[in-house]
Ligand binder design. Structure first.
Ligand SMILES: *Cc1c(COP(=O)(O)O)cnc(C)c1O
Length: 232
């Protein structure tokens, strides 16, 4: 299937999930996850009207934003090392993977240098998988509260990468619990935050994530096809 056909199918599934949940389509933004994929693939998605892209490596964001000058929204969705943060201000509109105080401090420092406020999400490892980064559900709320006062970091909400599964229903409880955490933090009206964002759901489970309140879904394989890690 072509990228165009894939996008039509994803869009239809997003719309149906919104309908089932009684949500407006405009509440959900599709992030096209273009990691490992060439610029020509990104251009095909752009030709279909996609303007929001996700990458998980700083170097790839640098290379691709060098080549593609059109105004797009780039999201850093992958694990981020402190020493790479300096390349991101001005390049990405949001960092989805903040899970350590040292990382938040470095984002504060680099955003201040660029005289801008960086929107961030805190990553929560909802299933407690050893293989994944992220805060535990227990520590996440206090972490959000503790970085809220950073003047150049604005917490917009929470992100999770749910377990890989053949049955998306098994991830529903993780999505629901993350939404509950987001709603709780949002209700606290913590100064310096604007908690309105929930980044959850990938190719295997984005419909369930939308039913449970996702505002960003991050879809890679479902748009661009299988990734070939052999070449990079
Ligand atoms: C790769 C990746 C995705 C997209 O995964 P697919 O299963 O291909 O849709 C989403 N989120 C993050 C953080 C990723 O690294």
């Amino acid at each position: 299937m072509s990228i165009r056909e894939n996008l039509l199918e994803v869009e239809e599934k997003i719309q149906k999930a919104c309908e089932r949940a009684g949500r407006d389509r405009s509440e959900v933004t599709l992030i096209a996850v273009s990691k490992t994929k060439p610029v020509s693939d990104i251009r095909q998605a752009m030709d279909c009207g996609i303007k929001v892209f996700g990458e998980n490596k700083v170097q790839e964001i640098r290379d691709k934003t060098e080549e593609i000058k059109e105004p797009l929204d780039w999201h850093m969705i992958g694990h981020l090392q402190t020493n790479k943060v300096k390349y991101l201000p001005g390049k990405v509109c949001m960092i989805h993977s903040v899970d350590k105080m040292s990382l938040a401090e470095e984002i504060e420092k680099q955003a201040a240098k660029h005289d801008l406020v960086m929107d961030v999400l805190c990553e929560v490892n909802m299933a407690g998988e050893d293989s994944k980064f992220g805060l535990t559900p227990e520590e996440a709320p206090d972490f959000v509260r503790s970085i809220a006062a950073f003047p150049h970091v604005r917490v917009r909400g929470l992100m999770t990468i749910a377990p890989y599964t053949d049955d998306p229903e098994t991830n529903r409880e993780y999505f629901r619990k993350l939404r509950e955490m987001k709603d709780m933090l949002s209700a606290e009206n913590i100064p310096g935050t604007q908690i309105d964002t929930l980044s959850m759901g990938m190719t295997g489970d984005y419909e369930v994530a939308i039913e449970e309140g996702a505002t960003f879904v991050r879809v890679g394989t479902g748009i661009f096809g299988e990734r070939n890690y052999g070449i990079s």
